[in-house]
Design a protein around this ligand. Structure first.
Ligand SMILES: Nc1ncnc2c1ncn2[C@@H]1O[C@H](COP(=O)(O)OP(=O)(O)OP(=O)(O)O)[C@@H](O)[C@H]1O
Ligand SMILES: [Mg+2]
Ligand SMILES: [Zn+2]
Length: 535
């Protein structure tokens, strides 16, 4: 008898359905797997055999053929253990099947004793199951990342329990003391979005990854009112920001404080970002939970291009720009990046996705990050500083700026020059606004933006396409006049013009203004008033 089941493999960060066919016949005993299995899939043979025996079944002494389709797709990982074991038992007539296996997608790694171990890619699996209207059979350890995906699933910790479920008998704890069974029926759980919100607001925060809160609080930063206002604006609308200033002026501190003021992730955003994390080889995610905080990914200026934009391996790994999806990519000492690395950022910053081509296929990964960059104004660090003399020649300064080619500078929305706070600012006793107060104002502008873009899925002002700006942004006539005369005078590109409008929209949102007014444009123009653009 041939048994057919559904499982998956992955292309990029997407799950693709794989049909597992199992055929048992008389012949020389053994398992043959055909259809491009990788090494870990081939190794399933021994695990499956031991797991079946240790779950109280007899192992069929027959010729077992397993076919994985589509044949041209490489099948990765040990997640096929569970579908193989079930398929073998059903095909051999050792397990009666009381349900339609075609309704389920099955994934799980088996231990030799029959225990089911967690697998990678459960979020992608859930997204696929939802699209195909199928249910999941997955490891018990993966339930916390599957719970919020809006799919029906069953989760088991032992092969014995899965078999009991399939044969229509008892459902709980048949495998003994350590066995767990979980049934997730979306009809019976309160809205997933609501329960996720509960989790991130801390009512039940055992299931989330909370990064160490080792960033400076906004109130620790003395003075720097202009820089703080620029940061508030940038984070509110997800605008790219470049901070330029002499050594010790507080750029790194200001940038790091952003980690504590980003707005909460929505469930949808968390699913997107957690899914990317689950394909990373960095141990940021342990596959058993969703992330609840917007990423803040610091990148060292010596980063490799593959590390930054993604690459390597047969199934490319996401780079830092994708790990920063829906959050911040922070590049300190920005001017130290190689020209090649700087150029590699241009396309993904424009498209908010990155295309990684491989010989057989090309994958697209999301990378809608906000770039926060910091640098000194010249090689010695003191160009334009009033307290120290700059020791660079004009040729050195020219070379320094031309490397940051026009097109990359054109992708920043906000430029600020940061100078060291002076003594009276540093000893001021008044407590400045805290990160949580700043975060509250940002959450308010975020709600305004979500409402504005509710019909097109955009989340922040920075993400709106130039062609759609007119539809979504109301601009007063004096503001329009000001913006248009400024671009002529300051020789701003059309890309720069739209960036000014986007930032103006965020500034108007912070002031709860329906229309972009001249004041908002003026402030946005100020954020482009930097010597960097004039060299
Ligand atoms: N406005 C400020 N309020 C409180 N502390 C400050 C402020 N500015 C600077 N500092 C202190 O000075 C230290 C140096 O600041 P930071 O490292 O952020 O400077 P930087 O501009 O990044 O310098 P570099 O160009 O050398 O990297 C910080 O660790 C912080 O303790
Ligand atoms: Mg620094
Ligand atoms: Zn200098």
């Amino acid at each position: 008898m041939i048994t057919s089941l559904n499982s998956v493999t992955f292309i990029g960060i997407n799950a693709v359905l794989v049909n597992v066919e199992i055929f048992i016949a008389n012949g020389i005993p053994g398992i043959m797997i055909v259809g491009l299995p990788d090494v870990s899939t081939k190794e399933a043979k021994d695990r499956v055999k031991a797991a079946i025996k240790n779950s109280g079944f007899e192992y069929p002494v027959k010729k077992i053929t397993i076919n994985l389709a589509p044949a041209d797709l490489r099948k990765e990982g040990p997640l096929f253990d569970l579908p193989f074991a079930i398929g073998i038992l059903v095909s051999a007539g050792l397990l009666k099947c009381a349900l339609n296996l075609g309704d389920y997608i099955i994934a799980g790694e088996l231990s030799l004793d029959g225990a089911i171990k967690k697998v990678n890619g459960v979020i992608a699996l859930g997204i696929l199951a939802k699209k195909l209207n199928k249910k999941l059979i997955i490891p018990y350890e993966n339930i916390n990342s599957a719970k919020f995906l809006g799919v029906n699933f069953l989760a088991f910790s032992h092969l014995k329990d899965v078999c009991a479920f399939i044969s229509g008998t008892q459902l709980t704890g048949i495998a003994g003391e350590n066995s767990s069974v979980y049934i997730h029926d979306i009809k019976n759980v309160s809205s997933n979005a609501a329960s996720f919100k509960m989790i991130i607001s801390g009512i039940n925060n055992i299931n989330i990854v909370k990064d160490k809160e080792n960033y400076p609080d906004f109130s620790d930063i003395k003075g720097q009112e202009l820089a703080k206002r620029a940061i508030l604006t940038a984070v509110s609308g997800h605008h790219n920001i470049l901070m330029i200033g002499p050594p010790g002026s507080g750029k790194t501190m200001l940038a790091q404080s952003i980690a504590g003021i980003q707005p909460d992730l929505s469930l949808e955003e968390s699913i997107e970002t957690s899914n990317i994390y689950s394909f990373s080889n960095k141990k940021i995610n342990d596959e058993t939970r969703l992330i609840a905080r917007r990423p803040f990914i610091p990148v060292h200026h010596t980063v490799s291009i593959a590390g930054l934009i993604g690459g390597g391996a047969s199934n490319p790994l996401p780079g830092d720009i994708s790990l920063a999806h829906n959050g911040v990519l922070f590049i300190d000492e920005f001017s130290e990046l190689s020209k090649k690395t700087l150029d590699s950022l241009r396309q993904p910053m424009e498209d908010k996705t990155i295309n990684l081509s491989r010989s057989k296929f090309s994958i697209v990964l999301p990378c809608n990050f906000m770039l926060v960059a910091a640098m000194n104004p010249c090689p010695c660090g003191y160009y334009g500083d009033i307290k120290h003399e700059c020791k660079c020649s004009s040729a050195e300064i020219y070379k320094f700026y031309t490397k940051l080619s026009g097109p990359i500078l054109d992708r920043f929305d906000i430029f600020i020059e940061v100078y060291s706070a002076n003594l009276d600012e540093l000893i001021v006793n008044e407590k400045a606004a805290s990160s949580s107060e700043i975060k509250n104002s940002i959450e308010k502008t975020r709600q305004i933006q979500l409402k504005r873009f509710r019909d097109n899925g955009i989340r922040f002002n920075a993400s709106i396409k130039s062609s759609e700006i007119e539809k979504y942004f109301a601009v007063s006539s004096s503001a329009l006049e000001l913006a248009q005369s400024a671009i002529k005078k300051l020789n701003i590109s059309s890309r720069g013009y739209y960036r000014i409008l986007r930032v103006s929209r965020t500034i108007a949102d912070l002031g709860q203004k329906d229309e972009i007014d001249a004041d908002s444009v003026l402030e946005a123009l100020n954020y482009r008033n930097t010597k960097l653009l004039r060299v």
